[in-house]
Design a protein around this ligand. Structure first.
Ligand SMILES: [Zn+2]
Length: 441
């Protein structure tokens, strides 16, 4: 069996192949559309390419189109289940490299869909023609998260070339649909892919993140009464106008108050998270005409929750109720809103998970990461990632760990450093070798 140093050197010697693999992946425009029936062939073509690579390593592969309606039927009201989602022409991919037996299995997982590039004038390079500039690979998905997928693939491929024989299975899965809700990961777990531990290679700047946030998107609808903006108004109770933008300010102030309460609330803080949970106002739509008082306003919020706050379905129901109650209280303070309270509609609930720090895989992975000369310190992933689906539903304790600065995700000129790609591949290869290499039973 090669020692970890030998694995690390072999990965370094093959840095160019990691970069080439990432460039191959970026060249597939696997853009996810908010309407998946309009998605192009990029997701499928990218998965056909990966399937070929997995076969060459000796993996048994499974390329399948999930049955969206059947999955929704089975998991409605649970994490990752979205109504009306279709996977025609958008397959998921799984592969298994069988171990010799008696070892611990590991799952390497990621998504190959990317968000649209946005306005082209913001890009210095073509988003789907990868370029290497000053030690960075540029292109859509470089960070989120084809960089991570390239690393997990190369880790297994290079271990194979070193003649490493593993006692446990290596399970490799890549999914579509992550960027619009995670039903691809739900389909993957439902298909039966699982292992004793998992690594999801979302970008974490090569830090082990055993925790992610749950995310709620909500719409607060405030109905005022329209009227001429320039004329002296009648009182609201005498049929006069009520400016919905003014009401909107009251609502925004009220949301700020809740954020201040959450700042020091132990349920809303986690030692691995940089910031307390927040309700972030991300969109405001109000008004109908330049000389009319706004008759209606909508505030879109993005609110976070922690695993300790999950309800009996594994989702953010308790936090939804908390926000609804707070909105109702804000309305109580205003005579008009008391009679015409704002409504909250929920748009999305994406779950969260945590692998406890004393789980045996965490210590093993920290050891591997240190051997790859990276910091073993744990950190929380501030956004949502799909780790909840394998961790909770799939019984595969899964952590986030991947190359690149996560703040680059979804941005124009997305890029990942070659140094990060090489270090990540090293850490994963060493972790797979140490976790799955030996017989334990
Ligand atoms: Zn991602």
């Amino acid at each position: 069996m090669p020692n970890p140093q030998k694995i690390a050197h072999y990965v370094e010697d093959n840095a160019q192949r990691i970069v080439e693999t990432l460039c191959d992946l970026i060249a597939f425009p696997s853009i996810v559309m908010s309407d998946p029936s309009k998605a192009g062939p990029g997701e499928r073509d990218c998965h056909l390419y990966l399937e070929e690579r997995l076969r060459k390593i000796g993996m048994e592969t499974d390329l399948w189109e999930p049955d969206g309606p059947a999955l929704y039927e089975k998991y409605a009201g649970r994490p990752g289940a979205h109504k009306g989602r279709t996977f025609e022409g958008r397959p998921n991919l799984g592969g298994v490299l069988r171990g010799t037996g008696g070892g611990r299995s590991i799952m390497l997982t990621g998504h190959i869909d990317v968000v649209p590039p946005g306005p082209m004038e913001h890009w210095r390079t073509d988003p789907f023609k990868p370029e290497i500039i000053d030690g960075f690979v540029h292109g859509r998905g470089a960070v989120d998260m084809k960089g991570g997928v390239a690393c997990m693939l190369m880790a297994v491929e290079l271990l194979k070339e070193l003649g490493v024989s593993l006692a446990g299975d290596v399970v490799f899965t890549t999914v579509v649909d992550e960027e619009i809700g995670g039903m691809g990961s739900l389909a993957m777990v439902d298909r039966g892919f699982r292992a004793d531990a998992g690594i999801m290679t979302e970008p974490t700047a090569n830090r082990i993140a055993p925790l992610c946030h749950g995310i709620l998107w909500g719409r607060i609808i405030i109905d005022g009464i329209g009227g001429h903006a320039e004329l002296t108004p009648n009182a609201w109770y005498a049929g006069g106008p009520v400016d919905a933008i003014q009401l909107c300010r009251q609502m925004l102030d009220g949301i700020d108050i809740l954020n201040r309460r959450w700042q020091f609330d132990p349920r809303k803080n986690h030692p691995l998270m940089d910031l307390p949970n927040q309700i972030i106002v991300t969109q405001i739509n109000a008004g109908e005409h330049p000389s009319s008082m706004a008759g209606r306003a909508e505030i879109i919020i993005d609110a976070q929750y922690l695993p300790g706050e999950k309800d009996e379905f594994g989702l953010g129901g308790h936090v939804k109720r908390e926000i609804e109650e707070h909105v109702a209280h804000i309305c109580q303070a205003d005579p008009y809103l008391r009679k015409h309270p704002a409504r909250v509609e929920w748009i999305l609930d994406a779950d969260c998970a945590e692998v406890p720090a004393d789980h045996p895989f965490i210590g093993a992975f920290q050891h591997a990461v240190s051997t790859a000369s990276l910091s073993p310190e744990l950190s929380g992933f501030g956004a949502h990632s799909d780790i909840g689906l394998p961790t909770t539903l799939g019984q595969t304790p899964t952590v986030n760990f991947g190359p690149g600065d996560p703040s680059q995700a979804h941005q124009p000129n997305e890029r990942v450093s070659i140094e990060d790609l090489v270090a990540c591949t090293k850490a994963i290869a060493i972790a797979v070798h140490e976790w799955s290499g030996r017989r334990v039973s």
